[in-house]
Write a protein that binds this ligand. Structure first.
Ligand code: UT7
Length: 331
């Protein structure tokens, strides 16, 4: 019997309706459209305004979109992995609630936390379950309500992030399509450069931490930028070389949407033309765990069976990596 690989067989997505533009941010903090556009490539982002809804809402909508597109019976899902940096709440896993709400009553589930690389690491995890032969349908969701952890008086972070969710279905494939190779890395050197200082076990939330705004994202942008630029490009180039891929045989780069300049540097190292680089940072900003599935959803119609895709990400921790996947279907 030929080897089982894990193929993506369906995609779904959801972004909230509310659009926060650069122009609107100009009236909130000391910034301007020209600075944001030239430094990040972002024009607008989506925000989940309803305070009663958390990340699970984004995940459920994305999963429902996939279920509706495919007519998949949610009872057939064996495993649901929820990649997120903004779970609904600590301890009670978000994925369990999402699975119940979408009717995936036969699935077990868990949350996977790896900052902006959560979805990429989730792809690797989903693939191992499929490759084992024991799991036939694994739903991987990447969703983040970044607006819940952003200080909208801090111009260095509030211009970057947005809310969104995306979902992909992994199924076994024995014709050579699906996940081919991966190169995943972490380095604790990044611990202080991108973090939420309070609310964890080292510094539990208190009146003081809240008044010091330590429950919001802090980022040393320049340091993160330097590591992101070199590491995302390095792993993307490495995975190409290891798999004898060239700029002709790579059809698409699917890069984490943190900064257009980081995306461009990665594409340049891979010698790829702009036409092969998926981007939607201009419309959604950085949606953390949702960037990769949102890209797949936006570009799904252009993807052809057999296309070689390189996924790449970089995030807090630090976490980063690249995955080589052969696309499995046409629509
Ligand atoms: O997804 C997880 C991984 N995250 C990333 O990969 C993000 C990596 N970092 C970045 O994308 C960039 O570092 C940022 C977009 C966050 C910042 O861009 P930068 O080119 O690194 O800017 P900077 O921090 O070096 O700041 C340059 C100047 C500073 O002013 P001075 O000191 O030169 O007078 C900042 O105070 O720009 C100022 N500045 C702003 N000006 C207008 C910082 N934020 C803003 C702003 N509007 N929003």
């Amino acid at each position: 019997m030929s080897k089982i690989s894990a193929a993506i067989t369906a995609v779904g997505a959801y972004v909230p309706d509310y659009v926060l533009t650069n122009k609107m941010l100009e009236s909130m903090v000391d910034t301007n459209d020209e600075w944001i556009t030239s430094r990040t490539g972002i024009k607008e982002r989506r925000i989940l305004k309803d305070p009663s809804k958390g990340t699970s809402y984004l995940a459920i909508q994305a999963a429902k979109d996939l279920l509706q597109k495919t007519n998949l019976d949610p009872k057939e899902i064996d495993l649901l992995i929820m990649a997120t940096a903004t779970p609904d709440m600590p301890v009670a896993i978000t994925s369990a609630y999402v699975a119940t709400e979408i009717g995936a009553v036969n699935a077990f589930s868990f949350d996977l936390v790896a900052a902006c690389s959560s979805f990429l690491f989730g792809m690797s995890t989903a693939a191992r379950y499929i490759e084992s032969g024991k799991y036939k349908k694994v739903l991987l969701i990447g969703a983040d309500k970044m607006s819940s952890i952003i200080d909208y008086t801090d111009r260095t972070t509030c211009i970057i992030f947005g809310d969104g969710g995306g979902a992909v279905l992994f199924e076994p494939n024995q014709d050579g399509f699906g996940l081919q190779d991966e190169y995943l890395r972490t380095d604790g050197i990044g611990r202080q450069s991108l973090k939420i200082e309070a609310g964890g076990s080292i510094l539990p939330a208190s009146i003081e931490t809240v008044s010091n705004k330590q429950h919001f994202v802090y980022q040393d942008g320049q340091t993160v930028f330097k590591f992101a630029v070199s590491n995302m490009a390095d792993v993307s180039e490495k995975i190409m070389l290891k798999n004898n891929l060239t700029n002709d045989t790579v059809h698409w780069l699917v890069p984490h949407q943190a900064n257009k300049r980081i995306i461009d540097a990665t594409a340049k190292r891979m010698n790829l033309s702009d036409a092969k680089v998926m981007t939607n940072i201009q419309r959604y900003g950085n949606t953390t765990s949702a960037t990769l599935p949102l890209l797949l959803n936006d570009y799904e119609k252009q993807l052809k069976k057999g296309d070689n895709l390189i996924f790449a990400s970089f995030g807090g921790g630090f976490t980063w990596g690249a995955i080589y996947l052969k696309w499995a279907y046409n629509i």
